[in-house]
Ligand binder design. Structure first.
Ligand code: SF4
Length: 716
């Protein structure tokens, strides 16, 4: 019997285990898609602890995009007006190395930037850090995770001393009260939502509260839906805290023994009188009181969040304000309780571990810390001072850097920022200005490839072996089950070859990706994310493993489903810190000229900018076109009927979308999904409208909200 390859779904941060079998099995008909093409068979891996055999439509159909529109060989051109010409890898590498050397001389290392992706495997991330931050001496590596979860990272660091989600998926089935805020889990993380939904249905006493301006599928399953106005999250959370204080629902023992800065926080929440909060949030006072009572009366409260909290100009403040509620009520470090961020990308967590953002280094180190830099320099065999003490350019900084002629080489890999970045017209203008852009991806064409001078074919899911970490810190080995298509190479191999050609032969001497991981995990030794016990060998032997797991704890069979169970945190004094924040609201609130708030989000069957799902028949059929959700009251005022086109204008751009009239959205707010770029539909890029105002701590842009005006197209 043919044994399946056990791997991980390459879409969302739930990280479902997959069994993959070849199209043709002995004695069975060949598995084919509707066009008759043989396709690899995919089913849920029943033994994967995170997903227990379940998969959603994206995971089930992922293999159908393995062969479609693939980039098979390197291509180059001198200017964006010319067509690409096929070249050899040697020619492509020579051209890139030559440009790196030129920029190092003319602009210094800070003229070199790389924008990577949570689609990378951890090994890709690690080698990119070694190349950029170590060998080239620039911290200008950032990833699309900046747009996804960097506020969660900074919130955890400021509250607990280091990054790292403290919870695990089993908590979904051990909680008394699930508090979901800024997350449409039913559509965006469907498999863990199913776990929660089944448990909630079976246990009538368990409460589910959902906070979202839209009545999503997630909200429909809740006992209480708080449809707050966009930008009022901190008001709501501080209002709940006010009531918890007033009613005595706080854990003074936990506050005294395990936390600091509570008095400053108490002074802030004193101002959040429930009547005022309810009015500002646009919800009923008794609903606010119900939410506070359910939280206060529950022994185990689990909160879940994702982009609705993170993609905000006060993202870190929102995350910390939510964590405050856990600290105030002692809801952390025990089963069924804790603040739990859900990552969007399949390996955004691996990126955090490997140092894949502009301000961090491998092993949960930060570039500003001299000891951390020295440890990494020594480990990489580099001269002291090789790593810059300055955080590098973030995703949006790279755009402004291009505008100001500070970037001489931009390298984009495994992501499609010409659709996903905010203020898209400005983003595209900056890309047009780039003197030299390398684009490395599995698919062609994409919207971003149009801005490249060199395109490099990357091996994708199933064609390279590596590891990925999901939202509950579970590391899974993802072995290759077929050869890379055409001349495609693994991302880490491409980075390593450039490193060797730049003269760093010793630093990039790896036989395979298992050797890369063996080296990387040594940099996590005695760090909060210690995974010295998680190598390809142990993953092959034991299956997926959660970190922290040192080599000694593995030998003793000690695993950690949850962090902070001893109620000591990673701060110097071991105490978690309250953060006291007043609500600032939206960076661009509605006004008479732009009276609506546009919010953006994701749909069940689509993934990001459709580079993969746009090439799969079933997922395209589920969501064939973009739309704008509008409340019936607003539609009537504008004389708009179902399906009619609405032109949406912001201060930055415009788009046109057919109306979907629904009471599921709060009045004066509209919703447009983020999946459509110019490749798939005309004038449907929602990020033409969004703005880049960012959280000052996480530097994550507020992709979730901007002010717009709506114009029925029939009136133009
Ligand atoms: Fe893949 Fe996420 Fe669906 Fe699981 S829930 S199958 S990880 S897309």
């Amino acid at each position: 019997m043919t044994e399946p390859t056990k791997t991980l779904c390459p879409y969302c941060g739930v990280g479902c285990g997959l069994d993959v079998l070849p199209p043709a099995l002995p004695g069975k008909a060949t598995n084919r898609d509707k066009q008759g093409n043989p396709i690899w068979q995919v089913r849920g891996d029943r033994n994967h602890p995170s997903s227990q055999g379940k998969v959603c439509v994206k995971g089930a159909t992922v293999s159908e995009a393995l062969d479609k529109d693939r980039l098979k060989y390197p291509m180059m051109r001198d200017s964006l007006n010319e067509p690409f010409q096929q070249v050899s890898w040697d020619e492509a590498f020579d051209r890139i190395v030559q440009q790196i050397q030129t920029v190092r001389v003319t602009q210094g290392p800070s003229g070199i930037c790389m924008y990577g992706s949570g689609q990378f495997q951890t090994e890709d991330y690690y080698i990119a850090q070694k190349l950029l931050k170590g060998c080239l001496g620039t911290n200008n590596f950032d990833a699309n995770s900046r747009l996804c979860m960097s506020s969660a990272v900074s919130g955890y660091i400021q509250s607990f001393g280091t990054d790292g989600p403290p919870c695990c998926y089993d908590d979904l089935e051990e909680t008394d009260c699930a508090f979901l805020i800024g997350t449409n889990t039913a559509e965006c993380h469907p498999i863990i939502f199913n776990r929660l939904r089944v448990y909630h249905k079976k246990n009538k006493s368990v409460k589910m509260i959902v906070v979202d301006p839209r009545c999503t599928q997630t909200a429909e399953a809740a006992d209480l839906h708080l449809a707050i106005k966009p930008g009022t999250d901190i008001d709501l959370l501080n209002g709940i805290a006010h009531l918890l204080m007033r009613w005595g629902f706080f854990d003074s023992l936990f506050i005294d023994d395990c936390t600091k800065d509570f008095p400053e926080y108490a002074e802030v929440i004193r101002h959040y009188k429930p009547e005022l909060v309810a009015r500002k949030c646009g919800i009923r006072l008794d609903d606010l009181e119900k939410a506070a009572r359910w939280w206060g009366e529950s022994n185990r409260v689990l909160s879940l969040w994702s982009m609705g909290m993170n993609q905000s100009s006060e993202g870190t403040a929102k995350v910390r304000t939510l964590i405050n509620l856990h600290l105030m009520t002692g809801n952390i470090g025990k089963p069924g309780a804790g603040p739990f961020s859900l990552t969007g990308q399949p390996n955004a967590m691996g990126g955090r571990e490997a140092g894949g953002l502009a301000h961090i280094l491998p092993g949960y180190r930060v570039v500003k810390n001299p000891q951390h830099r020295a440890e990494v320099e020594e480990f990489w065999g580099l001269e002291p001072g090789s790593i810059s003490p300055n955080p590098g350019l973030t995703a949006w900084d790279m755009i402004t850097g291009l505008e100001q002629n500070q970037v001489g080489l931009l390298w984009i890999a495994a992501t499609n920022p010409a659709v996903s970045m905010p203020d898209l017209e400005r983003t595209k203008a900056a890309y047009r200005k780039s003197p030299f852009t390398v684009y490395q991806d599995a698919y062609y064409p994409t919207e971003t490839a149009a801005f490249a001078h060199v395109v490099l074919p990357a091996a994708q899911w199933g064609e390279k072996t590596g590891t990925m970490t999901n939202s509950e810190r579970m590391v899974t080995l993802c072995p290759a089950f077929r050869s890379p298509l055409g001349e495609a190479k693994a991302d880490w191999e491409i980075f390593a070859e450039v490193g060797r050609r730049l003269g760093f032969a010793e630093q990039f001497n790896f036989a395979d990706s298992a050797a890369v991981r063996r080296e990387f995990v040594q940099l996590t030794r005695n760090r909060p994310c210690d995974m010295t016990g998680i190598t390809n060998e142990t993953l092959s032997e034991f299956g997926p493993i959660q970190w922290p797991c040192s080599d000694s704890s593995k030998d003793e069979g000690v695993y950690n489903k949850r962090l902070y169970t001893n109620l000591r945190f990673n701060t110097p004094d071991g105490r978690a810190k309250f953060g006291a924040y007043h609500s600032k609201g939206l960076a661009e609130p509605p006004d008479p000229d732009y009276p609506f708030v546009l919010t953006t989000g994701r749909l069940y069957g689509q993934w990001h900018t459709q580079t993969r799902t746009g090439r799969i028949e079933k997922t395209v059929k589920m969501h064939p076109q973009p739309f704008i959700e509008i409340h019936p009251r607003d539609a009537a005022k504008l004389d708009i009927n179902e399906g009619e086109i609405i032109e949406v204008r912001s201060r930055r751009g415009m788009g046109r979308f057919p109306a979907k009239i629904t009471k599921g959205i709060t009045p004066e707010t509209v919703f447009v999904p983020m999946h459509w770029g110019s490749l798939w539909a005309e004038l449907a890029e929602v990020n033409s409208l969004t703005h880049p105002e960012s959280c000052p701590d996480s530097l994550q842009p507020e992709l979730k909200a901007c002010a717009v005006q709506l114009i029925p197209v029939k009136e133009i």
